[in-house]
Design a protein around this ligand. Structure first.
Ligand code: URA
Length: 194
């Protein structure tokens, strides 16, 4: 009988991130791969204290094979630096690993969380929050509140693309400032937790 388990469930316990990435590259568990150039697995420090989870790769990420390399990534990188977080020391990933979002593919995220074991997880937007928390999330209600979960302390903030889509310069500036404040709170929690 054909193997029905998701390929993420077939990764041997203790496998390194590089093996997960290799296996995810061939993932055909849903038809998203057909429309994408490649799988965009997470990237960054293997034992990062802070993991940031986005929604799905955009077109530039699809071509580069790396998360957050496009315009939203630039907003995020500036906000990380302004919040005192070194972009080279975080782990960046997405709820879904292929370009063209439909809500599947989260088993890979579960493996990344279990392997990196960050102290703090920052969910960028509602889709990431839903994937990490396993329930619908309203950013306005959850932002600023550390949520204790079995995977680490979770913070919920806006997606950088939402900041880019804001209608005018003043709202974009407010969005950036809020993102920096949320990331600074996450950085503090990552630095102070036992
Ligand atoms: N938006 C996301 O959610 N993830 C990326 O990697 C890029 C843009």
């Amino acid at each position: 009988m054909a193997e029905r388990r998701h390929p993420a469930e077939r990764v041997p316990p203790g496998a390194p991130l590089a093996e997960m990435r290799d296996r995810a590259a061939d993932c055909r568990a849903c038809d998203l791969w057909e429309h994408a150039t490649q799988t965009v697995f997470g990237a960054g420090a293997a034992h990062a204290l802070v993991m940031l989870v986005g929604e799905q790769p955009g077109d530039q990420e699809d071509l580069a094979g790396k998360p957050f390399v496009g315009p939203a990534g630039r907003v995020l990188e500036e906000a990380l630096v302004a919040a005192g977080l070194d972009p080279a020391r975080v782990y960046l990933t997405n709820a879904v690993k292929h370009f063209k979002w439909i809500p599947r593919g989260r088993p890979w995220l579960g493996l990344e969380l279990a392997k990196v074991r960050p102290r703090v997880i920052v969910c960028l937007g509602t889709t990431a929050a839903r994937a990490v928390l396993g329930r619908p999330a309203v950013i306005g209600k959850l932002r600023g509140q550390p949520l204790a979960t079995e995977n680490g302390t979770v913070f919920v903030t806006s997606h950088p693309s939402a900041i880019l889509r804001a209608p005018d310069a003043a709202s974009r500036e407010r969005g950036r400032a809020q993102l920096v404040a949320d990331l600074a709170q996450a950085a503090k929690a990552a630095a102070t937790k036992a």
